[in-house]
Write a protein that binds this ligand. Structure first.
Ligand code: GLC
Length: 467
């Protein structure tokens, strides 16, 4: 068989495995809705999904004041002083740190001390002018909202037990401990009077932050290193998850934002896992965990592409059959490179050649290598968009928003690098939504970027909870 023939066969097989049309979406959306409803009637102690946030208020856009927020995402720690100026306007002073592998896999207290160091720098240096003397001297506490982009078993708005973290974090002596306690201990060691007034997941923060801008928001969606979604649910539907003393004091119609942890949803029974997904999972330090997330989030798209490319190299059709030096390393092809390749519409493919120059090759890469690799990226990212659509569709149907006949917009606050910076991602999600819902409903769906969901959402909830 000629090389070009074997490449054709590889592509047609790949396209077949990765294509998600309406009929393939069906079991996924149904499976997700099923898990949403099972999760609602399962006590939170027995399940790591469908976590109550204890956030029952959304901002009006008119609130004012300065509040602290701490946003711990996949790799970045962002500590901010957020000035709410009213009329949906905010100003953020932010300090950013990157967590090293040693920090992510080391002792928990060392990690929390690292956070306290950054907090000290923000409060006493960068944002000093925003606080009064009593606050700076620690006489008056500063209110902090924590946006924690990992599963937490929340027991109240400002308390929550740290669960298994994911995203490469394996902190020692943290699982089962209260997140606020661990932070307060670290702040005490530094002599900082910062009080955690709210803990929230980034998906919850995104919904709250976007509600400050557009009060019609009904879903918070994260599409970044990880994926997740949140939505408001009637407290009466989630009694199994709350203490009777809590819900007895609430109006039956009150809604609370739920952190679905949809990243953990799904199983081999209904997710269309390919041999590449299974290989990625088997080599992961947390196998069988977050199978869905591993199929679509920014942490994994590059690795899936690399695994597929290795197959093409093996066939002789890519890089003349020789693996470029460095490319054999797991996770050596980041999702960012996929974005760059897909973004490069130039004739000479200058940017793409630049990306490939990160690897040593015996023969210089050819134009055809770039075309093949870019096509693999497109296949992997198009599936990712369809899988994101599955989450969004499930959340819309769960709330019956598709059945509202008033023709109103279905507003989704969406945040994350994979959505914001991956070329054509938004169009591809809309294509899948159109395929799933048809034009009448899909035209009403508005995916709106919720900027700084973590930091602004954190500060807003700190504010809502301290009044
Ligand atoms: C991971 C975390 C989840 C977070 C999401 C997006 O899936 O488990 O808590 O919301 O990433 O950052």
């Amino acid at each position: 068989m000629t090389i070009s023939k074997s490449i054709d066969i590889l592509f047609s097989d790949l396209e077949h495995q990765f294509s998600i049309k309406k009929k393939n979406l069906d079991p996924i959306v149904k499976g997700f809705i099923n898990e949403l409803n099972t999760g609602l009637i399962t006590p939170s102690t027995k399940i790591a999904t469908m976590i109550p946030s204890f956030v029952t208020k959304l901002p009006t856009g008119n609130e004012t004041g300065t509040f602290l927020s701490l946003d711990m995402g996949g790799t970045n720690l962002r500590i901010s002083a957020v000035e709410l100026k009213g009329q949906g306007q905010v100003q953020v002073l932010e300090l950013k740190r990157v967590a090293s592998k040693e920090l992510k896999t080391g002792e928990g207290s060392v990690f929390f001390d690292w956070i306290a160091d950054a907090m000290e720098e923000l409060v006493h240096k960068k944002a000093k002018h925003l606080f009064d003397t009593d606050q700076l001297q620690g006489i008056e506490p500063l209110a902090l909202g924590i946006c924690w982009s990992f599963p937490v078993h929340q027991t109240s708005v400002n308390r929550g037990t740290i669960l298994r973290m994911g995203k490469g974090f394996t902190l020692k002596n943290t699982e089962g401990r209260d997140l606020s306690d661990m932070l307060h201990e670290a702040f005490d060691r530094k002599g900082l009077n910062v009080k955690v007034s709210a803990i929230l997941n980034d998906a919850v923060g995104t919904l709250v932050a976007h509600a400050y801008v557009n009060p019609r928001s009904r879903i918070g969606f994260i599409f970044a290193t990880g994926v997740n979604a949140s939505y408001p649910e009637k407290i009466s539907a989630m009694k199994a998850k709350l203490e009777p003393e809590y819900y007895q004091n609430q109006d039956a119609d009150t809604e609370m934002i739920l952190n679905t942890e949809i990243d953990i949803f799904g199983s081999e029974t209904y997710l269309p896992l390919t041999s590449y997904d299974l290989a990625l999972d088997a080599a992961h330090n947390q196998p069988k965990f977050q199978l869905y997330e591993k199929m679509l989030s920014g942490a994994y798209l590059g690795e899936l592409t690399r695994l597929i490319a290795l197959k093409f190299i093996e066939s002789g059709g890519l890089f003349e059959g020789v693996t470029p030096e460095g490319f054999e390393e797991p996770y050596s092809f980041p999702t960012m490179y996929m974005s760059a390749l897909e973004n490069d519409t130039s004739v000479n493919k200058e940017e793409s050649f630049k990306i490939l120059s990160n690897y040593q090759t015996v023969q210089p890469p050819t134009y055809s290598d770039i075309v093949i690799l870019t096509r693999i990226c497109r296949i992997v990212s198009t599936r990712s968009a369809a899988l994101a659509c599955a989450s969004i569709a499930a959340m819309i149907e769960q709330q019956g928003l598709d059945k509202n006949e008033d023709g109103s917009d279905i507003v989704i606050g969406i945040n994350g690098s994979t959505y914001e910076f991956y070329p054509y991602m938004s169009d591809r999600i809309y294509n899948s939504l159109l395929e799933w819902f048809g034009p009448d409903v899909s035209d009403r769906i508005k995916l709106e970027i919720a900027k700084d969901g973590g930091s602004i959402g954190g500060a807003l909830i700190a504010m809502l909870c301290s009044i």
